[in-house]
Design a protein around this ligand. Structure first.
Ligand code: GLP
Length: 237
């Protein structure tokens, strides 16, 4: 695991955006895994700004989002579909058919999970995946206790995760379930960048650094991967 400590959230976002843009410059048909949450928002802002300069762009990029809530319409402001539209996909030249997000309203969620896994495989597998970090160590929506070999599946969200996301659901309760890429799916990405910013993440970062590998702390699965970069700001470090 490589670690980089950046001065603050802005510096972390700059660094994350340049890792992503450099990867697109090397491979314009890059297959990305992309997160939601507050942490990547400024990274996405920077990508949108760079893309407006038109010297590198998402024209041939394929992106797979890590997760989506079950049961809410795509156009609900709390959906990850809406999040990605608002923060990235709506403002860059990605081909909408190459911007994959699990369908949390699919009639058969198990079939949807299998479809998602197949789509990742047929795109050639994830090349570069960005992750946020839950304060309980979750990655995507893989809560503590999730097996490291799990594939895309439906999860019941923990109370702490539902609380952390409550601000996006003012008109209705936070959904109780989500579809998430599994830890095994994420670990197959050839390169992984984990982002953590702010003092709220300090305990989780300390635990990740401690080296212990346990299903009680999903992010510790990353210790078994050979190409992980952890970007933290000083507040999280
Ligand atoms: C949500 C998302 C995760 C994200 C996490 C951390 O639960 N499903 O993918 O990493 O929150 O969010 P934040 O970046 O807002 O701290």
């Amino acid at each position: 695991m490589k670690w980089e400590t950046l001065a603050d959230y802005d510096a972390l976002s700059d660094r994350a955006a340049s890792v992503l843009l450099d990867a697109i410059a090397r491979d314009p048909k890059l297959v990305l895994g992309l997160p939601t949450g507050n942490t990547p928002v400024s990274m996405y802002k920077r990508l949108v700004a760079e893309c407006a300069l038109e010297y590198r762009c998402f024209r041939d990029v394929v992106a797979f989002n890590l997760d989506e809530y079950v049961g809410i319409p795509r156009d609900h402001p709390g959906s990850y579909f809406s999040f990605m539209q608002q923060h990235l996909f709506g403002s860059v030249d990605i081909d909408p058919k190459n911007a994959y997000i699990p369908n949390g309203r699919a009639p058969d969620l198990k079939v949807e999970c299998e479809r998602y896994e197949r789509a990742i495989k047929s795109a050639g597998g994830l090349a570069l995946t960005f992750l946020g970090l839950g304060s309980n160590g979750h990655i995507a929506f893989n809560e503590p206790g999730t097996p490291f070999e799990s594939r895309t599946h439906v999860v019941a969200l923990s109370e702490s995760t539902r609380k952390a996301n409550a601000a996006f659901f003012l008109d209705q309760p936070v959904p109780t379930h989500a579809i998430t890429m599994g830890i095994g799916t994420i670990l197959e990405s050839r390169e992984i960048v984990l982002l953590a910013s702010g003092s709220r993440k300090r305990d989780a970062i300390a635990r990740l650094r401690s080296g212990e590998q346990t299903v009680d702390f999903p992010a510790s699965a990353l210790r078994g991967h050979s190409n992980v970069l952890v970007l933290v700001d000083e507040a999280a470090a």
